[in-house]
Design a protein around this ligand. Structure first.
Ligand SMILES: NC(=O)c1ccc[n+]([C@@H]2O[C@H](COP(=O)([O-])OP(=O)(O)OC[C@H]3O[C@@H](n4cnc5c(N)ncnc54)[C@H](O)[C@@H]3O)[C@@H](O)[C@H]2O)c1
Length: 288
């Protein structure tokens, strides 16, 4: 718990505040002008107000979509407080470590939230010990945990959503990835391998579900200071480096990802599926 508090303190530090967060007043909405009125989303991966999952939930909600949050028990207190900012939310705990927990969660969704249109996966975990040093040091168990929680879980939540006929036809599935999937990035190590699997899963799910008009995409975000990111050794340096090398000479915000999620959930992106969409201020295409 002490660690959680310490990390929360760190991400509340003003030097980590995004430009968008500094600009925004409390209570401001993130309306994009795209209407998602009458739509419903299940969002996994909110732990703090800096979580990318939170920015996505907030952006979808601000544009008219009702939200169900699946959260990790240990973040429960904080998530319940945060959810007061959402209109008409549904909340239930869900840990991705076992299918049983995922099944129980979707049973609740079936009974109490009903069918939905968007399934958002913004979840990742690897032990801090293996987000530094040599990749080859990762033991089998830590490797498997990273894969199960960060990649396989997308398959499991999709299966539950589809088999229970909860995800409406023409729905959207989104997950969060990072450049470390396709490039070797120091310290990202085991998570990079999990992200490679996640991106591949995105393409296979897009193939499975295309006949239902369901689109499956991943957003590859530039570095953002969040709880998960603070577990990666040297993350401050990654942020600095990303700003310098990005074509736009700036870092991105979680809000940028929220807005991209609104676009990818809307009909404006109706023919985009199986893709990894980069939201990184042009970092990944700068060759020098
Ligand atoms: N922050 C970045 O720089 C960055 C960049 C690109 C992609 N991403 C990805 O964005 C996603 C969200 O991460 P974030 O940066 O917002 O950090 P975060 O710590 O706010 O969110 C991670 C979430 O994963 C959840 N989680 C971890 N283990 C879980 C488990 N066993 N069961 C259920 N939930 C579990 C946590 O509760 C938390 O809500 C992750 O997939 C991450 O890899 C982050």
């Amino acid at each position: 718990m002490k660690i959680m508090q310490k990390l929360k303190q760190k991400i509340h530090d003003s030097k980590f505040k995004s430009e968008a967060a500094k600009r925004r007043n409390k209570g401001d909405t993130m309306s994009t002008g795209i209407s998602l009125k009458g739509k419903k989303a299940v969002v996994f991966g909110v732990a703090t107000d800096k979580s990318i999952g939170w920015s996505i939930a907030k952006a979808l909600n601000d544009n008219g979509c009702q939200i169900a949050l699946g959260y990790q028990e240990r973040a429960g207190e904080y998530v319940k407080e945060l959810a007061k900012e959402l209109k008409d939310p549904f909340l239930a705990p869900c840990d991705m470590v076992a299918d049983e927990f995922i099944e129980n969660f979707f049973e609740k969704i079936e009974k109490e939230f009903g069918k939905f249109d968007f399934l958002i996966h913004s979840v990742a975990f690897a032990k801090k010990d293996y987000l530094q040093g040599k990749f080859y040091e990762v033991p089998r168990r830590a490797y498997n945990t990273a894969q199960e929680v960060s990649a396989y879980s997308l398959t499991a939540i999709t299966r539950e959503s589809v088999k229970r006929k909860l995800l409406n036809d023409n729905g959207v599935i989104l997950s969060m990835t990072y450049l470390g999937s396709v490039m070797a990035i120091q310290n990202y190590n085991v998570m990079g391998v999990a992200k490679a699997a996640l991106e591949s899963i995105t393409r296979y799910l897009a193939m499975d579900l295309g006949e239902n008009g369901i689109r499956v995409n991943a957003i590859s975000a530039g570095p953002i200071p969040t709880l998960a990111a603070s577990g990666i050794a040297g993350f401050d340096k990654i942020l600095e480096h990303a700003k310098g090398k990005s074509l736009l000479k700036r870092n991105i915000d979680a809000e940028d990802v929220g807005n991209t999620a609104v676009f990818l959930c809307s009909d404006l992106s109706r023919n985009i599926t199986g893709q990894v969409i980069y939201v990184d201020a042009g970092y990944s295409v700068n060759g020098l």
